[in-house]
Write a protein that binds this ligand. Structure first.
Ligand code: AMP
Length: 172
């Protein structure tokens, strides 16, 4: 199998000038590569007693749901405001310009459940931090935060403090 890093596609200046977007769709459509990334992340947490995986739309759904299935855990979608139909709890995070937020159903996680946070890319760490806050608001315990890709040069890991952070592919 080709090196995973070679399969990720760089799209310069997307969605705006100066950003190099890490396009994971070539990796998702490759049966071997897709199975490998899910297996490696799931195996890492196999002994951690994960009850629930949380992922944010849209790529966090794809990776998170597959990892949850492998771990025999549940899956909780974190969504942009106004998308979830039932009562929600919310956490805000900073964007380059302004503030955005993520919501989960307030009954999505119960007290003391062990939660794995999953996303495709760790950039500044803001969205992962917001997901950790959502888990905390509902009384869950974050057992880890797993990323397919870490853009280490953006220093997002430092925003995630003492959490157990894992990434499969790192760009220094
Ligand atoms: P951040 O909150 O800055 O860590 O941003 C993480 C979120 O933005 C993730 O959900 C990513 O999907 C997305 N993201 C940020 N930067 C990139 C990038 N260079 N390529 C692809 N996705 C990115």
């Amino acid at each position: 199998m080709r090196d995973l890093k070679e399969i990720v596609r760089d799209i310069p200046d997307f969605p705006k000038e100066g950003i190099v977007f890490k396009d994971i769709t070539p990796l998702l459509k490759d049966p071997e590569a897709f199975a490998k990334i899910i297996d490696v992340i799931a195996d890492k947490y196999a002994e951690n007693g994960v009850d629930v995986v949380i992922g944010a739309e849209a790529r966090g759904f794809i990776l998170g749901a597959a990892i949850a299935y492998r771990l025999k855990a549940g899956f909780v979608p974190a969504r942009k405001p106004g998308k979830l139909p039932h009562t929600v709890t919310k956490a805000e995070y900073e964007l380059e310009y302004g503030i955005d937020s993520l919501e989960v159903h307030e009954d999505a996680i119960t007290r003391h459940q062990r939660v794995l946070i999953v996303d495709d890319v760790l950039a500044t760490g803001g969205t992962a931090k917001a997901k950790a806050e959502l888990v905390g608001q509902l009384g869950g315990t974050v057992v880890g935060i797993a990323f397919l890709i870490e853009l280490a040069f953006l220093g997002g890991r430092s925003k995630l403090g003492d959490f157990n952070v894992f990434s499969l592919i790192t760009y220094e």
